[in-house]
Design a protein around this ligand. Structure first.
Ligand SMILES: [Fe+2]
Length: 337
């Protein structure tokens, strides 16, 4: 059989298609791949852009820096705004200007030059005994002698706490923060140690009346899937959303940046823009009981039951600048001793 010119053209197009560079994006993430996969799959389904996920335990900045100009990394995704700021300081990010990102993400929750963007929020809250009358509290009040011997919290050096203490410095300055830490230290029911879930455990065990912890752990412990001890701890507590005096609730974030040498820059921005869509925000937030970063996006019902989150307005970038001082103050007052 002979091919007509028309057939030949059609065949050429057929064979050329697989040779053409398929759209793809390389995602480096320190987040658990199981949390991210439903999102990358939905992104590929809606855009046709393939996502190659590279999961790292830690050392994200070091890895990308070591790869240098030849790094295949397009999107860098991690938790904790301190880690996002570290990526910028390591020189492995680039600024992105996107109307979609700017309008979906409140200005205090992204870098002002577009080097990183928060994608979900994790609030630092207070757990109290379920039957307790406590319905509101300020972070400042955690240092009040009314809580003497009643407060549980993990190490002051854990990033969840250094970020909260940094926020206190941003609100009230160094001297007031040192006083606040001394007050909280005097209120401890036990050594500042363990994890956030232990706060719920120790409320159930009668060791403390209140505990400082992330809301998402309460979400997990109170979820319909919770089992055994975790379920019992979740049932023992209620969550109160504290605020700073004259401010809001302290949040940390998960977020992402476009890598400095991203070979697929357009697709990288497209992925970030997808991650703040209503669809993705719903999937993202529900995966780990985090709050969507986009105002008005659906909140998981378990989290919504904790009350309406009013995010502290101080830019995370400003808070991050106090991390070193926060850590020094923790040592100075012997918080963990
Ligand atoms: Fe955690």
């Amino acid at each position: 059989m002979r091919f007509s010119p028309r057939h030949t053209l059609a065949l050429a197009a057929l064979f050329a298609a697989p040779l053409a560079h398929a759209a793809e994006v390389n995602l480096y993430t320190t987040r658990e791949p199981g949390l991210i996969q439903p999102l990358t799959e939905a992104f590929t389904k809606s855009t046709g852009v393939k996502v190659n996920m590279i999961a790292l335990k830690d050392g994200l900045a070091e890895r990308v820096a070591a790869e240098g100009e030849r790094s295949p990394a397009d999107v860098l995704m991690t938790v904790d705004f301190g880690n996002l700021v570290d990526l910028v300081e390591a020189g492995v990010t680039q600024p992105v200007s996107s109307e979609t990102l700017a309008s979906a993400i409140p200005a205090n929750l992204r870098d002002d030059e577009g080097h990183w963007f928060a994608l979900s929020l994790r609030s630092r809250v207070v757990y109290a005994e379920r039957g307790s009358a406590l319905s509101s509290i300020t972070y400042e009040n955690l240092a009040d002698p009314q809580w003497k011997g009643k407060l549980c919290i993990r190490s002051g050096q854990h990033p969840y706490n250094t970020s909260l203490i940094s926020a206190h410095i941003a609100h009230h300055g160094e001297a007031a923060t040192e006083q606040w830490l001394r007050g909280m230290k005097a209120n401890l029911a036990r050594k500042a140690a363990g994890g956030d879930r232990d706060g719920a455990r120790d409320i159930l065990g009668g060791i403390c009346d209140i505990a400082v912890a992330n809301a998402y752990y309460a979400g997990q412990m109170k979820s319909p899937d919770a089992k055994g001890d975790q379920k019992a701890w979740g049932e023992a507590i209620k969550v109160v959303l504290p605020t700073f005096e004259g401010g809001g609730t302290h949040v940390n974030v998960s977020g992402a940046a476009v890598a400095r040498h991203a070979p697929n820059r357009a697709e990288a921005i497209r992925l970030l823009e997808y991650l703040v869509s209503d669809e993705a925000q719903g999937i993202y937030a529900a995966a780990n009981y985090e709050y969507p970063v986009k105002p008005g996006a659906p909140v998981d019902p378990v989290l919504a039951g904790f009350g309406e989150l009013k995010v502290d307005p101080i830019p995370l970038e400003k808070i991050a600048a106090h991390r070193k001082l926060a850590s020094e103050l923790v040592d100075k007052v012997g918080f963990d001793q």
